[in-house]
Design a protein around this ligand. Structure first.
Ligand SMILES: Cc1cc2nc3c(=O)[nH]c(=O)nc-3n(C[C@H](O)[C@H](O)[C@H](O)COP(=O)(O)O)c2cc1C
Length: 220
């Protein structure tokens, strides 16, 4: 059992109270809201000429950061590419097909994972010393960083949609080149990028099929 200080016990009690109030005062999302997030939402290939403010980008992060990660490790690092100069710098690393889709986006979120994420564990998981578990095991360190940054990237997309924006996620780029250009001198590696903005409906591709429950799910 973990021994908690009086202050930590109070924080646990407050958190439980907050959760009970949330559940008492809220309903599940309605169909319209679910469609905006999942059911009718689409991946974007083109963008309206409409700005996304820095304030909006910060609002997206403020909710994204609340999504769960293992041992609360929060390994994702975000670089928001907005200036023409930074976009030009990215261009060379993109697969040719992706260039127009990316270059016309108002904001491109470069989502990376920090292999030094364990340096923050004292702050993020203060009741237990988990940093050595990662620092002494390269494979676990890398898989944890990649897995959880991918999750945080997914939270980022869903938050963006929830706030009324559209997303164009992409992995079709040269990761090594992007790392050299945008994460030099760090232990951050690129995972994927996600354009955000107001999508151009005329660029939407046909909806592709998904796999049925019976084909890929099992209740045991
Ligand atoms: C991690 C990831 C990487 C992707 N990479 C690319 C890409 O490089 N180029 C591209 O045009 N679309 C890319 N996509 C978009 C997918 O093709 C698209 O999300 C999928 O076909 C579903 O489309 P829908 O959301 O409109 O139904 C990527 C999506 C994800 C989540």
């Amino acid at each position: 059992m973990i021994e908690l200080s009086e202050e930590q016990k109070k924080a646990v009690a407050d958190a439980q109270e907050t959760f009970i109030e949330l559940k008492d005062s809220s309903k599940p999302l309605n169909n319209e809201q679910l469609n905006l997030l999942f059911g009718q939402a689409r991946s974007m290939n083109g963008w309206q000429d409409k700005e996304v403010s820095d304030g909006m980008v910060k609002s997206i992060y403020e909710l994204t950061k609340m999504g769960p990660t293992s041992t609360n490790c929060c390994p994702a690092r975000f670089k928001f590419i907005k200036s023409d100069e930074a976009k030009e710098n990215l261009k060379e690393a993109l697969l040719p097909n992706n260039v127009p889709k990316v270059m016309t986006a108002p904001v491109i979120a470069l989502i990376g994972y920090d292999l030094d994420f364990a340096d923050n564990m004292g702050k993020l998981f203060p009741h237990m010393d988990v940093a050595p578990m990662y620092k002494n095991n390269d494979e676990m360190n890398t898989s944890t960083a990649f897995r959880n940054s991918s999750l945080q990237g997914a939270y980022f997309m869903m938050v963006s949609r929830a706030l009324g924006l559209d997303c164009g996620p992409m992995s079709g780029f040269n990761n090594q080149l992007v790392d050299e250009k945008f994460f030099a001198g760090t232990n951050i590696k690129s995972n994927f990028l996600c354009c955000i903005g107001y999508g151009d409906p005329s660029k939407i591709f046909m909806r592709l099929p998904r796999l049925d429950f019976e084909d890929v799910c099992e209740i045991i």
